[in-house]
Every structure is written in C-alpha cells, then in structure tokens.
Design a protein around this ligand. Sequence first.
Ligand SMILES: [Zn+2]
Length: 131
Amino acid sequence: MHISEFQNLMREIYFHRDSKRGVKGTYDWLVDEVRELGEALKGDNRENLEEEFADVIAWVASLGNVVGVDLEKAALKKYDYKCPRCGQTPCKCTVYAFMSIRRSCPMPVSCQPYGFPPSRLTIFSSSQSRK
Ligand SMILES: [Zn+2]
C-alpha cells in the first residue's frame, strides 16, 4: 500500500468527522497520539507500540486530509530518495548539522543509537519528567 492509498483510506473512513473537527482539533489529536507513542516507547509492549505507530500515521493522514496536503507527494518532494540536507543516501550530514533538528526532538528515548553524544541529547528538560 502506498502512502497515498492509506491517506485515501483514512479520508473514506474519517473525513466526515475530521472535516467537522477542523485543523486545530485534528492537530490536537495528533499531538496526543504522538504523546501516547512516546509512552509506548518507554514500555515493552510490542503490540501497544505498533498500535501507537498506527494511530500516529492515521492522524497525520487525517490532518493532511483536513488541510489538503497529499502526504506521499509532500514526503517524496522533500525526501526524494536522499537526505534533503546533504543529498546523500545514506545521509552524510555531520552530527552537529543534526543537533539543530534534534534539540527539540520530543522522543522520550535517547538518540544514542544514532551516534549522537549523550550529553547533548537531554530530550526532556527537568520540568518534563519521565515516568
Ligand atoms: Zn544528510
């Protein structure tokens, strides 16, 4: 299934609700789902993790439908089989080129597997406590 097919599926199933809810309401749902994905990443429930990924994708598709953005077109326009910054596959950007993006990364997991220095990867500030 292509991204556009999934987005169309979400349109068929939910557009009547999504369009009434509007941009702000749909965006708020997406944010909640991303938060739930973050919680799932802290646990070890694989099924729950997969469900949360599915919810995030579904809400991104719904939001795209509400604002009229074709996700597949947009994704391939920016990520056209290569890194949009360095133009390479795999990406050859330096760690510090990434840090500017990753600094505000909401993921509740360390980016250490990607080789970033842990001291620069404090994802949550002390005011955003981790469970
Ligand atoms: Zn790159």
